[in-house]
Every structure is written in C-alpha cells, then in structure tokens.
Design a protein around this ligand. Structure first.
Ligand code: SF4
Ligand code: F3S
Length: 104
C-alpha cells in the first residue's frame, strides 16, 4: 500500500483524494491517511501531491508512517472528494518535523 507521511500535516492539499480510484483516504484534522487494506497500489496519488507527502510503503521515508496510516484509517472518516485546503497550507510545505505540532 501507499502511505501518507508527515509532509501532509497542515498542508492537506487533497489532490490525492481527487485521483484515488478506490476512495481509500481518511481525514484527520491536520492530515490524511490511507487505509492499507483498501489501497490497490495504483500509485496515481503519489505524483499528484504538491507536498510530496505520499510514498510506497517500501520507501525509506514510509517506515514510521505505515502503522500510523493503518491505525488512523480505522478511526477517521472517509474522504472521497477534495475540499478547500487550509488557508496557510503553502507556509507548511517546507517545514520539517511537523508530526510534533499535529499530534502533541
Ligand atoms: Fe488510492 Fe492508488 Fe494512492 Fe492507493 S496508490 S491511495 S489506490 S490513488
Ligand atoms: Fe496531504 Fe498531499 Fe493529499 S498534502 S491531503 S497527501 S495531496
């Protein structure tokens, strides 16, 4: 499966949602996650993300996010249509270690 990484946090552009053929994205307040049981590994979403937040679960940067995507996909509501990104999304594009600000 593909996973959403911390680069999504507070960017939440949702271009990924618009292209996913199986609607397997789930929405938290600050980021989205992918349900690994529903993702069909098509890879279409990866190049669509302006924040480069999506990776295959075999990629090095995916490591810590694999469990988190599975965990929160079971808790958060499904999102099947792109919404308006946060007004300050662009400001968070190059910020590192955003996990701390979103989950603490
Ligand atoms: Fe959806 Fe394909 Fe991305 Fe999986 S890889 S989340 S199926 S667009
Ligand atoms: Fe997040 Fe990128 Fe989708 S910022 S909401 S993974 S398009």
């Amino acid at each position: 499966a593909y996973v959403v990484t911390d680069s999504c946090i507070r960017c939440k552009f949702m271009d990924c949602v618009a292209v996913c053929p199986v609607d397997c994205f789930y929405e938290g307040e600050n980021m989205l996650v992918i349900n690994p049981d529903e993702c069909i590994d098509c890879g279409v979403c990866e190049p669509e993300c302006p924040a480069a937040a999506i990776a295959a679960d075999t990629a090095p940067e995916a490591g810590p996010w694999i469990a988190l995507n599975a965990q929160y996909a079971a808790l958060w509501p499904n999102i099947a249509e792109k919404k308006e990104p946060p007004a300050d999304a662009a400001q968070w594009m190059d910020v590192a270690d955003k996990f701390e600000s979103a989950f603490s």
